[in-house]
Design a protein around this ligand. Structure first.
Ligand code: PHE
Length: 399
């Protein structure tokens, strides 16, 4: 074959390879030239029939053509594949900023959220968080708080008594105790029923589920040894034999206690005002201190906050439309100071106790208290809080 024909064939082939728009088209061109029946293959086969002299002349240009065609096919294939990859990368871009699907996420119970809010607000006022046992003895829950055995105020609290097991050699038999209308609460093994004895050295303590958080006042004063100022809140579970739309047998309270020299009712009022403004996140909170009676404070006051009706709903703030009772408070009774080991001639204090569940209902517009403790996941999904929404004063405690 004359060289001019070979040159023409090479130009045509390379042009066809360059022009092929996809890998399929390129493969067709390759088969057409280099396949079993291909034009270049036919030329290579023709070398076999030639004389050796002729083959020396015609062989090299035909081999060169084959190599040029094969190289061009490989180059074109690489280019087409790179273009295909670029196109895919462009169309399948991963957006790293999209939120990850994490599956079901739990939420924080409104009571826990409010406890965190209270701790945050009072920490800012220099209050520590204290705790005490839920199975409490009669002395801490009543006697030390100036509610002696015969005091009528004992009847204000429908108490769950814990009957010590007769196997432990304490108290009356279960049957006798039940006959007296007392309740039996199983204690967990290994947990002593009478963790502390009163300083009066009473040996046989009646045990009960604490009816309020006030016994933590006594425990804190005794722990401070009667010689140091105290500023604490004590949130936790409390128990009374009571059940309707606004009462559950288990509920939550937060106790507040301040002991120092020169403490007055003014400190109590300022503290409560500051707390309630921060909690309800409104400046127009109006308080009303209503004279009341608690055996462990003197004087005592029940505290109401003003509400305003907005579209038929009571919204805390202002004082236009009515008052809601939110807590009990007063100046710590001298007998309570003495029971806690403080000299009332030198030390004064104020205390307050507040229903946490009620605070949560008022702030978050929840109607039925019983739903708090039903354990219904749908309720929690509706009223619960995102786990990472940690309350802060700067960010707003309910954020
Ligand atoms: N312990 C009281 C109650 O449960 C509340 C209270 C606490 C009142 C502290 C005054 C001072 O009702």
């Amino acid at each position: 074959m004359p060289d001019t024909d070979l040159d023409q064939l090479q130009r045509d082939l390379l042009a066809a390879i360059e022009a092929s728009a996809g890998v399929d088209a390129l493969e067709a061109v390759r088969v057409h030239a280099l396949g079993k029946q291909g034009a270049v293959t036919a030329l290579l086969k023709s070398l076999g029939a030639m004389t050796p002299e002729r083959r020396l002349v015609d062989g090299p240009p035909i081999q060169a053509l084959r190599e040029a065609a094969a190289a061009a096919v490989a180059a074109r294939k690489a280019a087409l594949e790179a273009a295909a990859l670029d196109a895919r990368l462009a169309s399948e871009r991963v957006d790293m900023t999209l939120p990850v699907d994490t599956g079901p996420v739990g939420s924080v119970h409104p009571v826990s959220q409010v406890m965190d809010e209270l701790a945050e607000i009072f920490a800012d006022l220099g209050f520590a968080v204290a705790t005490g046992p839920e199975i409490e003895d009669d002395w801490h829950n009543f006697t030390a708080l100036n509610i002696p055995e015969t005091h009528p105020a004992r009847a204000m609290h429908d108490t769950f008594y814990v009957v010590p097991s007769p196997l432990r050699g304490r108290g009356k038999s279960r049957e006798a105790a039940k006959g007296e209308g007392q309740y039996e609460v199983p204690s967990s093994p290994g947990q002593p029923l009478s963790p502390t004895l009163s300083p009066e050295g009473e040996r046989e303590q009646k045990m009960l589920l604490r009816t309020h958080t006030s016994p933590v006042q006594i425990r804190a004063m005794l722990a401070a040894g009667g010689s140091q100022p105290i500023r604490l809140i004590a949130p936790g579970r409390t128990y009374r034999s009571d059940s309707d739309a606004t009462h559950t047998p288990m509920f939550h309270q937060v106790e507040g206690l301040v002991i120092d020299r020169g403490i007055t009712l003014g400190h109590l009022k300022w503290t409560l005002e500051t707390f309630l403004k921060a909690f309800f996140e409104r400046e127009d909170i109006v308080l009303r201190l209503r004279p009341s009676y608690f055996p462990f404070t003197e004087p005592s006051a029940e505290v109401d906050v003003g509400y305003t009706l907005e579209k038929g709903k009571r919204v805390i703030g202002g004082s236009g439309d009515g008052w809601l009772e939110v807590l009990g408070s007063g100046m710590v009774h001298r007998k309570v100071l003495e029971a806690g080991g403080y000299d009332p001639a030198e030390w004064q204090g104020f205390a307050f106790g507040c229903g946490i569940d009620r605070l949560a209902m008022l702030k978050y517009g929840i109607d039925d208290l019983r739903a708090f403790f039903d354990g219904d996941a749908r309720w929690l999904r509706h009223y619960g809080f995102a786990a990472l929404d940690v309350p802060t004063l700067s960010g707003g405690v309910s954020s």
